[in-house]
Write a new protein. Sequence first.
Length: 169
Amino acid sequence: MLEKAIDAPGVTYETYDGLLIPGQKEQFDIITFAGSLYYAKSDALLAEVQRVLTSGGHIVIYDFEIDFNPVFEQIGKPPSEHYDHQVNLDDSNFSEFKEKEEQYTLTFDASHEELAHLVLSSDLALKFFQEKYNRKEPFSPILEEFLQLFEKSSVSLDALAYSCLYRVK
């Protein structure tokens, strides 16, 4: 995703594993978690964020969940994965610094190919459709099914977006 980031004067984009961020104390003004905090959240991560975030620095958390139900009603519904798209820092020592929390619905169009990639991005969905089509690679058969089911060249989907902003004083 960083390769798609827009260049801006005075802004440097970096990615780290979170448990050991090289550099000095209070080095970063903004730390973001894009669809990753659910997997990464730990006491060690939060201690490292506390160490490298400047006084007055921001923590931005964001994630989204696509509503595939209209699609799954027509092709079959795979089991759901347990994943909390709304995980935040409210149960940590950062809770007192929360400034803003938002939820909103975004509507977007996906081509048949994009829809197939999105649906198959979940491990459980991939396994479900491998079994349904009896194929190790179910992309082609699910794409063919989408082309037959959806007459338009794209499918409109809703996504619940979630964001949370903390400012450490």
